[in-house]
Design a protein around this ligand. Structure first.
Ligand code: B12
Length: 222
């Protein structure tokens, strides 16, 4: 039987080595050892994904490798979270979040990691997928009565769609009903400030921290 540290190391390694069998084995061991999904992502799967991202940036890895890594990540996290009952998830709901990748942008690997981390942290997350029109985002946010709208943009050309979401909320006179958090590789704190959004997070762990801060602000009536 592996120790917790060994399992976390295996979860990292399976993403780095693109090893599906190891992913399945480590995910089952994580369940047996009752490892918190947040830790499984932060110190295991997510750490492996970071290695893959760094390799890509250094020109040592290519797109198909990242896509396969994301698939392995997803299958492992499905095993790890399979036993969390719906009741567990909703009774511990910290708040309701709508997440998507913005209009004209089909990158969703990072958004899916953020979604998983938010759900595993106790948020009720509604995922609209990728390339979601601004109008659809705002309509769905109203329909579900979410607390937070979270949007990913992975290209400089699609970042303006984050601003469009803010502007449409303003046009409809409902800007104060939602907190907006945005992210994605080209997005920065400076950009998010400039479009009048509420928060920026550089990675999935930070997204959880920021989402909790936004919920605290909502509860404080800010
Ligand atoms: C994988 C990939 C693809 C895959 C996407 C598969 C998928 N299902 O997502 C495919 C092959 C489909 C693809 C297509 C294209 N791509 Co591409 N792609 C990438 C690549 C290599 C990696 C992105 C990624 O997944 N990174 C790994 C994840 C884990 O990191 P991440 O997304 O940054 O997410 C983290 C944070 O940003 C943050 N985060 C992410 N989302 C959110 C959301 C919120 C709310 C918050 C708070 C935080 C947050 O947390 C995440 C976890 O830590 C990038 C290069 C790069 N370095 O970004 C190019 C890149 C983004 N692509 C690029 C381009 C140009 C394209 C194409 C137009 C190519 C083409 N000519 O066809 C098309 C886009 C079509 C479209 N309409 O969208 C360019 C964009 C350039 C620009 N204009 O800014 C990049 C930068 C490559 C480059 N250097 O030129 N791509």
């Amino acid at each position: 039987m592996s120790t917790k540290e060994e399992v976390l190391e295996k979860l990292k390694e399976c993403i780095e080595e693109l090893d599906e069998d190891l992913a399945e084995e480590a995910a089952h061991e994580a369940v047996e050892l009752n490892i918190d999904p947040i830790e499984a992502i932060s110190f295991g799967l997510g750490a492996g994904m970071q290695t893959q991202s760094d390799l890509f940036d250094e020109g040592e890895a290519f797109v198909p490798q990242l896509v396969v890594a994301a698939e392995i990540f997803e299958s492992a996290i499905n095993i790890i979270t399979a036993n969390l009952s719906e009741e567990d998830k909703s009774s511990s709901s910290l708040g309701k979040i709508l997440i998507c990748t913005v209009e004209s942008d089909i990158h969703d690997i990072g958004k899916n990691i953020v979604k998983t981390m938010l759900s595993a942290s106790g948020f009720e997350v509604y995922d609209m997928g990728r390339d979601v029109s601004t109008v659809a985002v705002v309509e769905k946010a109203k329909e579900l009565g979410v607390d937070i709208i979270a949007g990913a943009a992975l290209m400089t050309t699609t970042m303006p769609a984050q601003r469009d979401i803010i502007n449409l909320l303003k046009e409809e006179g409902i800007r104060d009903q939602f907190k907006c958090i945005f992210g994605g590789a080209p997005v920065s704190q400076e950009w998010v400030d400039s479009i009048g959004a509420d928060a920026y997070a550089e990675n999935a762990a930070e997204a959880v921290t920021k989402a909790k801060e936004l919920m605290a602000a909502i509860r404080a009536g800010a």
